[in-house]
Design a protein around this ligand. Structure first.
Ligand code: AMP
Ligand code: MG
Length: 482
């Protein structure tokens, strides 16, 4: 597929900023993408490109494609690989970092917010350790599809600007096309970024990172940067906790299992990141886990608020000297804030279910009863909530609930805007990806169109509505796919 338009100017009509690279050079290794033998643009998210001020027509040009693989230095000021640490399945790894990723720079979008333009699969970096720095097409397309679906569902998430193939063949058990995902986020500051700053530069570097996080993700606190006090950093930590709670509230209502909530995969912005072993469950149950490597079910569905609390504890450990005038004061402030996390999550979850049921969050008994029935009858929650929305017969076990719930006069119109018809169902995603990797993108685009307009019954065909065939979910397993 030829996507270049040679007549278009080689000079980019925009310039990225190098905000992170200038503010935190100790956490940014200047780098560039690896040469790609035959780079091709496979998907471009034109709507997002426009919002970011990145001319889509130029992105399709030869120079634009070189930019999107991290090789055209001209619209960049300084691409970098970011340093970070991380607890992976509970084990601390001090030096992780962008082993196959690059922060090209930041673009100022129409809403005035600076957003990272980030590549995944762009080749080896100083953080690659023994690995090849590359990604393959299937997992890259999965991340594109699921992250854009999550965005359309109103879940805080990184987004996807483009997918490119590199022209390389990559051996991962079988041979797959090499690919790059161009990812967009309000920042890539992870819990693991603070773990790194703490080790590499102590409290001074952690403070620089915290200040930077305020500028990028919590501008409502920026006035405090003129005269930083412990209260400022306590407010920052509390704001980060609220973001995590909001996000996990949405995952819980949608039945989303992230699958790899390592501290390096938890952004302080609350945006969901890294769609590797994730899945939407079709039988609502607390022990749902799909990841092939999550042997102890650390990241099972019910554990997500617990694990985020654990990750937040790892985060606050790096901030204690900033949270009080003495270590004791810092520790007390940290514990106070952390002790509220469970109830923040509970409130966020209850609020999500209230919205899904079109009722007041104060109806706590109805909401608790509904959640108890979910665990008792394990329905497909997407279908169930649409049955309630559309006034069709609810699945087994919910008849009596539906009857009493209706007496609360639920706001059906509001329910239509939060309860999706289309989600990236596992069997559909797998079928679309395996066809796409063979060169047939029809199913992928059909599914993408539906999940990006999830509340509109006309956005996709009836085959994209319901859960997978019987037996599919029991055996369904996801892979990091690196
Ligand atoms: P992830 O599982 O994608 O969250 O990645 C965890 C860590 O492993 C990060 O530091 C990645 O950069 C690194 N990593 C994963 N796959 C590769 C690869 N193929 N080459 C180099 N680094 C990788
Ligand atoms: Mg990661």
């Amino acid at each position: 597929m030829s996507t270049t338009s040679p007549e278009y100017s080689p000079t980019a009509p925009f310039k990225l900023e190098a905000h992170f690279a200038s503010a935190l050079p100790a956490m940014a290794a200047p780098w560039h993408g690896e040469d790609a033998p035959d780079p091709q643009l496979v998907i471009l998210n034109e709507e997002l490109a426009h919002r970011l001020g990145l001319d889509p027509q130029w992105l399709r040009s030869e120079a634009g494609i070189q930019f999107l693989v991290g090789l055209n230095p001209q619209p960049l000021t300084k691409a970098v690989a970011q340093a970070y640490s991380g607890h992976q399945f509970g084990q601390f790894v001090a030096s992780l970092g962008d082993g196959r990723a690059l922060l090209l720079g930041e673009a100022r979008s129409a809403d005035g917010v600076l957003r990272d333009i980030h590549l995944k699969g762009s080749g080896r970096t100083p953080f690659s350790r023994g690995a090849d720095g590359r990604s393959i097409l299937g997992p890259v397309l999965r991340e594109y599809l699921v992250s854009e679906a999550m965005h359309s569902l109103g879940v805080p998430t990184t987004r996807a600007l483009a997918v490119l193939t590199t022209g390389r063949k990559i051996q991962r058990g079988t041979v797959s096309p090499g690919a790059i995902l161009v990812r967009v986020a309000t920042s890539h500051i992870r819990v693991g970024s603070f773990q790194y700053s703490n080790i590499a530069g102590g409290v001074d570097l952690s403070q620089d990172l915290a200040n930077y996080a305020i500028i990028r993700n919590f501008p409502e606190l920026a006035a405090g940067l003129d005269n930083p006090t412990p209260e400022l950093y306590v407010s920052l930590f509390r704001a980060i906790l609220r973001r995590q709670a909001t996000t996990v509230g949405k995952w819980t209502r949608l039945g989303f299992v992230h699958g790899a909530l390592n501290t390096d995969n938890t952004l302080i912005s609350g945006e969901t990141i890294d769609y590797g072993p994730c899945a939407f469950m079709e039988r609502y149950r607390g022990d749902a886990k799909f990841s092939s490597i999550d042997n102890y079910s650390r990241y099972k569905f019910d554990n997500q608020p617990v694990i985020l609390g654990w990750n937040m504890t790892r985060l606050v450990e790096t901030l204690i000297p900033l949270l009080g005038d003495t270590p004791d004061e810092g520790m007390t402030a940290a514990q106070e804030a952390l002790s509220e996390f469970d109830s923040l999550c509970e409130q966020a979850i209850a609020q999500e279910f209230a919205a899904a049921l079109g009722i007041d969050p104060a109806e706590s008994e109805v909401i608790a009863h509904f959640r108890q029935l979910l665990y008792q009858y394990n329905p497909d929650i997407t279908t169930l909530l649409r049955c309630l929305t559309d006034n069709t017969a609810p699945p087994a076990g919910f008849e009596f609930f539906a009857h009493t719930w209706k007496t609360l006069d639920p706001d059906i119109e509001a329910m239509r805007t939060v309860n999706p018809i289309f989600i990236p169902r596992n069997h559909l995603v797998e079928a679309a990806l395996s066809q796409a990797v063979e060169g047939d993108f029809n199913a992928f685009h059909e599914l993408l169109a539906a999940v990006c307009d999830p509340f509109n019954p006309d956005a996709g065909s009836a085959e994209l509505h319901g859960p997978s065939p019987d037996g599919f979910e029991e055996d369904y397993m996801t892979f990091c796919g690196t």
